[in-house]
Design a binder for this molecule. Structure first.
Ligand code: F6R
Length: 342
C-alpha cells in the first residue's frame, strides 16, 4: 500500500545502485586523461548536488586540493582552466546546472558531465565533453548511489585522495543490505526503527541536528527526504555552529517549541568536544520542555556509518508519507514552480 509508486523499492535498491555505479565509473575512467587540476567544483542542485556534498565531507580529511559544491547558475570566480568542473544532473535538464555548464565552458575549465541524458548530454556530446551516462527511470533523490559513487571514484582516480576506496564502498554496501532488511515494510513498527521515527515525527516539525564533518550532510538529507517524500516541512542544523545561535531559540514560547521533534544524529567519529556539546545541548533542550531523540550511526567504516543513517532517514520519510497519506514520489510543487518560471 505504501509503495504504489516504487519509492521503497528504489530506496531498497541503493546497494545495487552502488555496485552498478562503481562498474560504470571504472569503465568511464579508462578513457579519461585529466592533469594539472588545482581545484574541483561539483555543480548541481537538489538530489544531484547532495552526492557532491557527501563526497566533499567524506574526502575532506584527505583531499590534497580544494573540492567544493556549487548550487548556482554561475561558478565561483576562481574557476579557470585549472579547475575540473563536474556537472551533475540526473535529468540533464536543470536550468541552473545547464547555466553553470555554460559558465564552465566560458571559463575554459575542464569538464565531466554525469547525467541520464537531457540537454546536458546533448550539449556535452556536441562540445566533446566526456559524459558518464547513468541509468534513467528513478527520482533524482532516489538515485543517490549514482550521484555519489561516480564522484568518489573520479576523485580517487584523479589522485585527489590516496587510492583505495573499494573496501569502504564494499562495507557500505554490506551495511545497507542489512539495514534494508531491518527497515523494510514487513518488519512491524515495534521492531522497525524507521517506522518508529516516522511515528515520532508525525504531526510535529522534525528538526534534525548533525555535526560538521560526520553527519552534517546526513541531517540535510533527512530534511530533504522528509520535504520531498513525506511532503512535510522539516529543518536541520549543525553542531557546533548551532551552539552559537540556534540554541538561544529554545528560550522561546513553549507553545511553539512543543510542536518540534528534535533528532540528534550521533556518530562515534564526532570530535570529543562536539560530543560534549551535544550532550549539554540535549539537557538544555529537555529542560526547556523540548522533545529530543538520539540516533546513533552503525557500521565499521565512516562511509558505512553515513549510509546506514541515510537508509534509516530514507525509509522513515516514506513511512511518514504513509502516515500523511501522501504518495512519496511526485514533487508537484517543484513541477509547479518550474512551470511558472518557464
Ligand atoms: C527530485 C529531486 C530534486 C532534483 C533537482 C535537480 O527527486 O530530488 O531535488 O534533484 O530538482 O534535478 P536534477 O537532479 O535532475 O538535476
Amino acid at each position: 500500500k505504501i509503495d504504489k509508486s516504487g519509492m521503497i523499492e528504489a530506496i531498497k535498491n541503493m546497494p545495487e545502485h552502488f555496485e552498478e555505479a562503481k562498474r560504470l565509473t571504472e569503465e568511464f575512467m579508462k578513457g579519461i586523461r585529466i592533469r594539472n587540476i588545482l581545484n574541483v567544483v561539483i555543480t548541481g542542485l537538489g538530489g544531484s548536488a547532495i552526492g557532491g556534498d557527501l563526497v566533499r565531507m567524506f574526502i575532506a580529511p584527505k583531499a590534497t586540493i580544494p573540492v567544493i559544491v556549487n548550487r548556482d547558475y554561475f561558478l565561483p570566480a576562481f574557476a579557470d582552466q585549472n579547475t575540473l568542473v563536474i556537472v551533475s544532473s540526473y535529468s540533464g535538464n536543470t536550468e541552473e546546472t545547464l547555466s553553470a555548464y555554460d559558465d564552465a565552458r566560458l571559463k575554459g575549465s575542464r569538464l565531466i558531465a554525469i547525467t541520464t541524458g537531457g540537454k546536458l548530454k546533448e550539449k556535452a556530446l556536441e562540445d566533446g565533453i566526456p559524459v558518464l551516462t547513468i541509468p534513467p527511470g528513478l527520482s533524482p533523490r532516489a538515485a543517490l548511489g549514482y550521484s555519489f559513487i561516480p564522484l568518489l571514484i573520479i576523485i580517487e582516480r584523479l589522485g585527489i585522495i590516496p587510492g583505495g576506496v573499494s573496501r569502504e564502498i564494499e562495507d557500505a554496501i554490506k551495511i545497507m543490505k542489512e539495514a534494508r532488511e531491518r527497515f523494510s515494510p514487513e518488519v512491524p513498527e515495534a521492531e522497525n526503527p524507521a517506522k518508529g521515527l516516522a511515528r515520532q515525527f508525525h504531526k510535529k516539525l522534525p528538526i534534525i541536528y548533525g555535526s560538521s564533518g560526520t553527519t552534517e550532510i546526513i541531517a540535510m538529507r533527512w530534511k530533504g527526504q522528509i520535504n520531498e517524500n513525506s511532503k512535510a516541512p522539516a529543518y536541520f542544523n549543525i553542531f557546533p555552529e548551532l551552539n552559537h545561535n540556534e540554541i538561544v531559540g529554545w528560550d522561546g514560547p513553549k507553545e511553539i517549541l512543543k510542536g518540534f521533534q528534535v533528532v540528534i544524529l550521533r556518530d562515534e567519529g564526532d570530535y570529543e568536544r562536539v560530543q560534549k556539546r551535544i550532550e549539554i545541548t540535549r539537557e538544555i533542550i529537555n529542560d526547556k520542555g523540548g522533545e529530543v531523540l538520539e540516533v546513533w550511526s552503525e557500521g565499521g567504516t565512516c562511509l558505512a556509518r553515513m549510509f546506514y543513517l541515510i537508509m534509516l532517514g530514507d525509509f522513515a520519510s516514506v513511512y511518514l508519507a504513509a502516515l500523511y497519506k501522501k504518495d512519496p514520489t511526485p514533487v508537484n510543487l517543484i513541477d509547479l514552480l518550474k512551470k511558472r518560471l518557464s
